[in-house]
Design a protein around this ligand. Structure first.
Ligand code: 1QQ
Length: 393
């Protein structure tokens, strides 16, 4: 018997054992947290950022109660892969699930978790309608309705002469089709001329013909709603075919993993950010410290890394808070799982969180309420391989 047990036993004799037991590390409060993320396919470059965030959160919260065991499944980048991954995750009986990466997948699989009574928290699903998929659905990624217009406004502020705007959008991705609607509405609201609306596909790699068509309309600003691989190629080919105007990129291109795709041609793109690495709060300081281990001292996490970290953090904090409401000595795992999930959802939605994304809370529907956003300009180094997202004043 180790020393702690001896002391507990002795105290039990005088009725203090239960109190001490609840202060000591409680192994029975190990809970499973599922995550379904696109690690492969055309959103894999975004999903890798999410995996980094989950790995760092796992490190950050490893020593804190309750202990979370992360069960990560690769959803691929389509609905079929996401359905297989979510079936596995649901069978693993997690307390909650983070993900999936894409709204296109979310509309297919978040209702599965919802029907199973499992809180499911989107960490990068930004299309309108996600929180409304069911009572157990929430997200920490701010909706594109809030995010998209900011980069357009910044482009006009930096280039006040812009009148002629063209948009490209991937027609086979629900996030891209909703984002372009928001961009197009904002373009019209600002009295600009929408000179071309060009459909593409997330599977496209060659954009010569659509670009040639669009450039005939002589746009001064091109706004792109696509995912990383197709969007990055589109940016590169736009420049190679001679386009010199401003480019505004949507959230699907919001990762430094785009650098190898559009290389030096990524330079100058504007993208709204729901994460500001210079935010000075404890949670962001922890994230930066962990992220910089093994990287340069000024390395900054991508937005999706911060969002995935935040998803893990809010679940952990809500569980810890819930644990605090239980009678002394009772563990979370002593609750029936369905009850635990329901109480987690209620606690999660009622909380306010200090996260790397700033202060967050949720609407009763599970929509995230976030205050702070910025717009970044991509600045590529001379080698055309590395670069930075530079926040604009
Ligand atoms: C969505 C998104 C993705 C493009 C980000 C990973 O915002 O699908 O809703």
């Amino acid at each position: 018997m180790d020393l702690l047990r001896r002391v507990q036993k002795a105290l039990a004799l005088v009725g203090l054992g239960a109190a001490l037991a609840s202060c000591s590390s409680n192994r029975s409060d190990q809970l499973r947290l599922g995550a379904g993320i696109a690690l492969t396919g055309n959103a894999g470059l975004l999903g890798q950022d999410a995996r980094t965030g989950l790995d760092l959160a796992k490190l950050q919260f490893a020593q804190l109660q309750p202990r979370l065991e992360l069960e990560l499944e690769d959803t691929g980048s389509d609905e079929v892969g996401a359905t297989v991954a979510f079936r596995r995750l649901i069978n693993a009986k997690p307390v909650a699930i983070l993900g999936p990466s894409l709204s296109q997948q979310g509309f297919a699989v978040m209702p599965m978790a919802d029907r199973a009574g499992i809180p499911v928290i989107g960490v990068s699903t930004t299309a309108p309608g996600i929180p409304q998929l069911g009572p157990f659905v929430a997200r920490v990624a701010s909706p594109v309705t809030v995010v998209a217009p900011r980069s357009l406004a910044k482009a006009l502020q930096l280039n006040p002469g812009i009148r002629r705007v063209a948009v490209f959008f991937a027609q086979d991705d629900v996030f891209c089709t909703s984002e372009t609607q928001i961009f197009q509405k904002a373009i019209r609201a600002k009295g600009l001329d929408l000179v071309a609306v060009q459909r593409t596909s997330v599977a496209d790699t060659d954009f010569q013909i659509p670009i040639t068509n669009v450039l005939r309309s002589r746009p001064q600003l091109v706004v792109i709603s696509a995912l990383v691989a197709d969007g990055g190629n589109l940016v590169r080919q736009l420049r190679e075919l001679g386009y010199q105007g401003q480019i505004v990129a949507g959230n699907g291109l919001n990762t430094p993993n785009i650098y190898p795709v559009c290389q030096k041609h990524c330079d100058g793109m504007l993208i709204t950010q729901a994460y500001n690495p210079s935010l000075d709060n404890a949670s962001n300081r922890n994230l930066l410290k962990l992220f910089r281990r093994g990287r340069s001292a000024d390395a900054v996490p991508p937005q999706v890394t911060a969002q995935a970290y935040t998803g893990y953090q809010v679940v952990h904090e809500a569980l810890a808070k819930l644990k605090g409401t239980l009678p002394k000595g009772q563990s979370l795992t002593s609750l029936p799982l369905a009850d635990l999930r329901q109480r987690l959802l209620k606690t999660l939605l009622a909380g306010t969180y200090q996260t790397p994304l700033g202060e967050l809370r949720f609407s009763p529907e599970g929509e995230v309420v976030q205050r702070d956003f910025s717009v970044a300009r991509v600045s590529m180094d001379a080698d055309g391989r590395s670069g930075r997202f530079v926040l604009q004043p």
